[in-house]
Write a protein that binds this ligand. Structure first.
Ligand SMILES: C[S@@+](CC[C@H](N)C(=O)[O-])C[C@H]1O[C@@H](n2cnc3c(N)ncnc32)[C@H](O)[C@@H]1O
Length: 155
């Protein structure tokens, strides 16, 4: 049962279908004051796009190998190893992240939908960013079918 005193997420979730859409959100959602956590950065291609628009970006990936490659390709940017499911390790960066970008392999299929939703909820609750942009075709499709019921609105 919902009740008025329960914690309410304020984070907005932006679902994108592919990498073109994912990167196209950057000029729309990222501002010069933003501190961005990027999860699933691979070789840092999106990191470089983010870095041009925000105050600071910490880019992370579960793979040490890709992080080493990203550091070689973009020596001026910060890359760290992080498993997306280890939220305490993300908190240990000790930053007030205002935006989170999330692109993890396997997140586009419908089987991953519950994982995507649970990760978004965890990051929304623990880091409380203004927005999380996620690459997940399954979430985008699911979200397009959802609408909040409003008593007074024409449905
Ligand atoms: C499609 S690539 C990311 C591409 C990147 N966002 C870009 O724009 O170039 C997906 C990345 O997710 C990483 N990944 C997979 N599982 C992960 C996890 N549990 N936590 C963090 N990264 C993960 C992979 O190592 C891979 O580098």
């Amino acid at each position: 049962m919902p009740n008025e005193r329960q914690f309410k997420l304020r984070t907005r979730f932006v679902a994108t279908r592919d990498v073109r859409e994912y990167r196209a959100t950057v000029p729309v959602w990222v501002t010069p004051d933003d501190v961005v956590l990027e999860i699933g950065c691979e070789w840092g291609t999106t990191t470089a796009v983010l870095a041009e628009r925000c105050k600071e970006v910490i880019a992370t990936d579960i793979s040490r190998e890709v992080i080493e490659r990203a550091r070689e390709k973009h020596p001026g940017l910060r890359f760290e190893v992080l498993d997306a499911f280890d939220v305490p390790a993300a908190l240990a960066f000790d930053r007030r992240f205002t935006k989170v970008y999330m692109d993890i392999s396997g997140f586009s299929g419908y089987r991953s939908l519950l994982d995507v939703i649970s990760l978004l909820t965890m990051y929304g609750t623990m880091l409380q960013p203004e927005a999380i942009v996620v690459k997940s075709g399954a979430l985008k499709h699911f979200a397009s079918l959802c609408m909040p019921w409003r008593e007074a609105s024409a449905q």
